[in-house]
Design a protein around this ligand. Structure first.
Ligand SMILES: Nc1ncnc2c1ncn2[C@@H]1O[C@H](COP(=O)(O)OP(=O)(O)OP(=O)(O)O)[C@@H](O)[C@H]1O
Ligand SMILES: [Mg+2]
Length: 286
């Protein structure tokens, strides 16, 4: 018998209307059916206002559905008593790390959520030490968070979520305010989490190069799920992406232009290296 992957978060017929939303406009989300599986890396893309942040907030019970339901490890987010458990299972990371660091030292910041769980102090110290080691933050533990770089701050925010031993991390454009080196740093960490710790990651991003590393890409537009599939399929569907005002990776866009000019390139190129290798093999053949 084939083992079915375990669902960690599931939305069924999910809709959300913000209070005061005009009846004439479309709801922030409608008709969403989607599951997040344990340990998978899911990218969520779509134009501004398409509902990405709203969906993440529904996943960790910051918002409750107007219609349909969200279940986290089988428990509905409508059940208020379960909210602390749901937030522990589904931690959220926001775009601006400054808005999520609250304590006077990095160590206290990482421990913040654990203190609220009322765990014994020895266990708190042990968990903080573990995640600090894992994310290379040990040398910063006594620093005040506001003195850190953007990338370091985002690592501390992720450490705080990780210390809660979540099943899923929801990341809302976590690299949008970071420079290239810090962005690479955070992206390497995301890959490490999924490979070594079996933690699902839902990553909202406007960077196609980031989405290209996910296992599955979901596209939202005007509150609806319009496409999902592996990056090789979704991010090479340039007519869909362009019709929504989105772009694919530089390699995929360039390959399309080269194909128009008669270059015989494979249809599913996403990464720079793949494009270069394909062009070099053309050169060798001719
Ligand atoms: N607090 C709010 N009150 C009313 N409407 C809101 C609120 N937050 C979002 N919306 C509306 O809900 C829709 C979806 O917004 P959401 O923030 O989820 O989009 P998004 O895909 O995250 O966009 P972006 O790429 O700009 O972050 C938009 O039409 C937005 O105007
Ligand atoms: Mg958003």
């Amino acid at each position: 018998m084939v083992n079915r992957p375990e669902i960690i978060v599931e939305a069924r017929n999910l809709a959300y209307h913000y209070p005061g939303e005009e009846a004439t406009s479309f709801p922030a989300l409608s008709g969403i059916n989607v599951a997040v599986y344990r340990g998978e890396y899911l990218a969520l893309i779509g134009p501004n206002g398409s509902g990405k942040t709203t969906l993440l907030k529904l996943f960790n019970a910051l918002l409750v559905p107007s219609d349909g339901e969200v279940r986290v490890e089988g428990v509905s987010t409508i059940d208020e008593v379960e909210i602390p458990r749901i937030r522990r299972i589904c931690g959220m990371i926001f775009q601006n790390p400054d808005n999520q660091l609250v304590a006077t030292t990095v160590e206290e910041d990482i421990a913040f959520g654990l203190e609220n769980l009322a765990l014994p102090s020895a266990e708190i110290r042990q968990r903080v030490g573990e995640v600090a080691r894992m994310l290379n933050l040990e040398h910063l533990l006594q620093q005040p968070p506001h003195l850190l770089s953007g990338g370091e701050k985002q690592r501390v925010a992720i450490a705080g979520v990780l210390a809660m031993q979540p099943g899923c991390i929801l990341m809302d454009e976590p690299t949008a305010m970071l420079d290239t080196a810090s962005r690479r740093d955070v992206n390497d960490m995301v890959r490490m989490l999924r490979q070594n710790h079996n933690i699902a990651v839902v990553h909202v991003t406007h960077f196609p190069e980031e989405a290209a590393f996910a296992e599955r890409v979901i596209v939202l537009n005007q509150g609806r799920l319009v496409r999902q599939g592996p990056p090789k399929a979704v991010l090479t569907d340039l007519s869909l992406l362009h019709s929504l005002g989105l772009q694919s990776t530089a390699a995929s866009e360039l390959a399309a232009l080269l194909r128009e000019d008669g270059f015989e390139l494979p249809s599913q190129l996403l990464h720079n290296r793949e494009l270069v290798d394909s062009l070099c093999s053309l050169e060798l053949k001719s």
